[in-house]
Design a protein around this ligand. Structure first.
Ligand SMILES: Cc1cc2nc3c(=O)[nH]c(=O)nc-3n(C[C@H](O)[C@H](O)[C@H](O)COP(=O)(O)OP(=O)(O)OC[C@H]3O[C@@H](n4cnc5c(N)ncnc54)[C@H](O)[C@@H]3O)c2cc1C
Length: 405
């Protein structure tokens, strides 16, 4: 008589039953990760979706971090959904505070803080990390960056009792924080390498108008300058600038830019340049691995804003469910959160040669970036003229079609 053990039965069943497909795995709980999970769930009620995130996984509005003071929001007020609520709403499993450390693309296997996990498709939605400059001095390590909710919580704690804040970086995010802080009565110093605020996005005249308006609400500018040394004081910090000027301040914030997180992708052999390189379908060079959001470099461009994620999500969700789709990106103007001078911009595509032409009226300014043959390639509108946004977006779209024809 042949004895049939329980183990043998289990093996036989496993051999005859079809293998259960591994889940779709998303890495990252930012706007990209969660919006993709939602789009997938809308299209498929039974697809298994698993999400890993290094942070605590709550939903909050990242763009809202740079005007949260004006809206009197503490970190906790910015949370719109907890992990449990998201799991129940989307019928997904979320592993919060769990970092993915390595990808074995051949085995479709992830190594995480909690152990190993198989995937059928993998989406990298890891965002971008603040660039950290190195400074001399005992206070150099205390410089804050505000790129997520935990950073904002730390910032609010440390702001307590301070009256003066220094921002390193005169770009879009630095100017938004300068406006938010000065609007709430803090004295602010902005230090920047270049000649006027947001110089990469604005013509000089409009950048200088923003500078003037923010100066009127207690923002001091230290342009074409940089920080040499940050020393801790009994109260706050003493900054020594390259030109020898000294600033006494309560808190130092760095807003010098973000770098897409590419290190994990590199462990899987994914091609990375400035970001994780994807094609128009958000597919990397490695089978079944995709990237979306601030970590991705889409056809040579970083698009670190909300609107491109929205357009990418739709195409990627279809693609992951077997309907290959290329994401289409319309022209996407950016609204800058500087109420001292409301701004709307449409930056020209890279490598498009042109010159700024600026006109001012009583109520606003209009900067048009115009090619040598008269086509409008981009714009910056300020004050009441932000109302002309649609009209000039249409003009840029028409110029775009002309250049393709
Ligand atoms: C202050 C500020 C203001 C902004 N204002 C605007 C605005 O007004 N308009 C606009 O369009 N855009 C704005 N942006 C940009 C916009 O917020 C971003 O483009 C968008 O939020 C990026 O979302 P994301 O999901 O790609 O990345 P993130 O939100 O950064 O999410 C990345 C996620 O990946 C996780 N992660 C990373 N590595 C790992 C790992 N190894 N394992 C597990 N998890 C990992 C992180 O924990 C995080 O959950 C602003 C950005 C900032 C910082």
């Amino acid at each position: 008589m042949i004895e049939v053990t329980a183990d043998a039965v289990a093996v036989a069943v496993a051999e005859t039953e079809p293998q259960k497909e591994a889940p779709v795995v998303i890495i990252g709980s930012g706007y990209a990760g969660y919006n993709l999970a939602e789009a997938l769930r809308q299209r498929s009620s039974d697809k298994e979706i698993l999400l890993f995130t290094a942070d605590d996984g709550v939903i909050y509005s990242k763009p809202g971090l740079s005007n949260a003071l004006a809206r009197e929001k503490r970190a906790v007020d910015l949370i719109s959904e907890t992990v449990l609520e998201i799991e129940q709403r989307l019928d997904i499993r979320i592993h919060a505070r769990c970092k993915v450390t390595d990808i074995d693309a051949d085995q479709h296997l992830l190594h995480t803080d909690l152990g190993e996990q198989k995937y059928s498709k993998l989406i990298l939605a890891q965002g971008a990390a603040p660039i950290r400059l190195t400074f001399k001095g005992s206070g150099a390590e205390d410089v804050l960056s505000i790129n997520d909710l935990n950073d904002y919580r730390r910032f609010r704690d440390q702001l307590e009792g301070r009256k003066h804040v220094t921002i390193i970086g005169n770009g879009l995010i630095g100017c938004e924080f300068a406006n938010d802080l000065s609007g709430k009565g803090y004295a602010v110093a902005v230090i920047g390498l270049t000649g006027w605020p947001m110089d990469r996005l604005l013509p000089q005249e409009i950048g200088q108008q923003l500078q003037t308006n923010l100066s009127a609400q207690n923002v001091d500018w230290y342009l074409e300058n940089t920080v040499e040394k940050i020393d801790k004081q009994a109260e706050g910090y003493r900054l020594t600038l390259k030109d020898g000027q000294v600033i006494e301040t309560g808190l130092v914030i760095s807003a010098v830019g973000l770098k897409p997180r590419t290190e994990l992708a590199e462990t899987a052999g994914v091609t990375c340049n400035r970001g994780i390189v994807v094609n128009g379908g958000l597919r990397t060079n490695v089978a079944d691995v995709y990237a979306l959001g601030d970590c991705a470099e889409i056809q040579g461009q970083l698009l670190p804003y909300i609107a491109p994620i929205n357009f990418g999500v739709r195409a990627l969700a279809d693609c992951l469910l077997g309907r290959p789709t290329m994401a289409k990106y319309p022209l996407m103007p950016v609204m800058v959160k500087t109420p001292a001078l409301p701004l709307t911009l449409l930056t020209p595509a890279p490598n498009q040669a042109g010159e700024w032409q600026v006109e001012s009226s009583e109520t606003g300014m209009r900067g048009l970036y115009v090619s040598s043959d008269g086509r409008v390639l981009g714009y910056a509108l300020a004050g009441d003229l932000i109302g002309e946004r649609q009209q000039w977006t249409d003009k840029v779209a028409a110029a775009d079609e002309l250049s393709v024809a």
